[in-house]
Design a protein around this ligand. Structure first.
Ligand SMILES: C[S@@+](CC[C@H](N)C(=O)[O-])C[C@H]1O[C@@H](n2cnc3c(N)ncnc32)[C@H](O)[C@@H]1O
Length: 251
C-alpha cells in the first residue's frame, strides 16, 4: 500500500483528535484494509455507511477511495443517519449507550468533507426503516454498519446483505469482544450487545460474521461478512476453533 499522503494523514489526525468516541486507529485500519481490498478486486457498487453521526468514517472512506484511485469519483458514498441520536434500547441492547447519544447533524458531515476537500457524500437523513427502502443503492461493494442497536442493525442487514455484489464486504462495528474469542465462542461487545444479537438472528449461528481486530483496536472486535461466503461452509475451521482474523495493520 502506498505511503499515506499529507492530506489523508491530516484528516486521520483530525478525526482521532476531534472524534475519539467513534473512530480510533484500529477502526480506521480495518475499514481501510477491507475497503482497499474491495477496490483492488474491482467489486462493483457503492460504498455505504449506516449510522454516520458527524461523518468521521464517511470522510475516511472517501479519502481511502480517492487515495487508492483518484480516477474513481464514480465510487459513490451513501451515508445514513437519523441525526437524532440513538433510539431507545430494546431487550437485546444494554443501557450503556443512552437514548439520544451521538446526535450529529447533516451540516457536521458536510463541513468535515468541505474542510478536507472531499466530495460530499449522498446523505440520507431519517430513521433507517424509512430511508433504506428508497435510498439504498441497488448494488453495494462495501458497507459499514455502525448503528449500535439491535433493531437498527437488523434493519440494516435485511436491507444491505441482499444487495451486496459478489465479493462485497460488510463490516459491523461493535460486533464482538475479541478478548473473549480464544475460548471459541463469539461474545458480544458489552457496550452494544444488540449488534451480535442481530447478526445471530439474521445469519444464524453457523454463518456468523468473523471477528476482525488489530492491536490498535484494543478490545474492539469488528464483524466481517464477505458476500460470497453466504452459501459456503467456512473452509479450514475445525469445530470449536475461533473465527478470528487478525489483520495486518494498513500502512
Ligand atoms: C456510534 S454512532 C456512528 C459513528 C460513526 N460511524 C462515525 O464514524 O463517527 C451511531 C449512529 O447510529 C445512528 N442510528 C442508530 N440507529 C439508527 C436508526 N434506526 N436510524 C438512523 N440512524 C440510527 C445514530 O443516530 C448515531 O449517529
Amino acid at each position: 500500500m502506498a505511503a499515506m499522503g499529507d492530506e489523508r494523514a491530516a484528516l486521520r489526525a483530525a478525526l482521532l483528535y476531534e472524534q475519539p468516541r467513534t473512530v480510533n486507529r484500529g477502526r480506521m485500519e480495518i475499514v481501510e484494509a477491507q475497503l482497499v481490498g474491495v477496490l483492488e478486486r474491482g467489486i462493483v457498487g457503492a460504498v455505504v455507511e449506516l449510522g454516520c453521526f458527524r461523518g468521521a468514517m464517511t470522510a475516511w472512506m472517501r479519502a481511502v477511495i480517492d487515495a487508492h484511485d483518484s480516477r474513481r469519483p464514480d465510487k459513490e458514498v451513501h451515508t445514513f443517519d437519523a441525526f437524532e441520536g440513538l433510539p431507545p434500547p430494546g431487550p437485546y441492547d444494554s443501557g450503556y449507550l443512552r437514548t439520544g447519544e451521538f446526535t450529529g447533524a447533516v451540516g457536521d458531515v458536510l463541513v468535515l468533507h468541505d474542510r478536507f476537500g472531499l466530495a460530499r457524500p449522498h446523505i440520507h437523513a431519517g430513521w433507517l426503516a424509512d430511508t433504506l427502502p428508497h435510498g439504498l443503492p441497488e448494488r453495494i461493494a462495501f458497507a459499514y454498519l455502525d448503528a449500535d442497536r439491535y433493531d437498527s442493525t437488523l434493519t440494516g442487514l435485511k436491507a444491505c446483505v441482499p444487495r451486496l455484489a459478489p465479493g462485497a464486504v460488510l463490516v459491523l462495528d461493535d460486533y464482538a469482544d475479541p478478548c473473549a474469542v480464544p475460548g471459541g465462542e463469539i461474545t458480544a461487545q458489552p457496550k452494544a450487545p444488540g449488534v451480535l444479537a442481530a447478526c445471530r438472528e439474521y445469519f444464524g449461528e453457523a454463518r456468523l460474521p468473523r471477528v476482525v481486530s488489530t492491536a490498535a483496536a484494543g478490545s474492539l472486535g469488528l464483524g466481517l461478512h464477505r458476500a460470497d461466503d453466504v452459501n459456503l461452509p467456512r473452509p479450514g475451521r475445525a469445530p470449536g476453533q475461533p473465527r478470528t482474523d487478525r489483520e495486518e495493520p494498513a500502512r
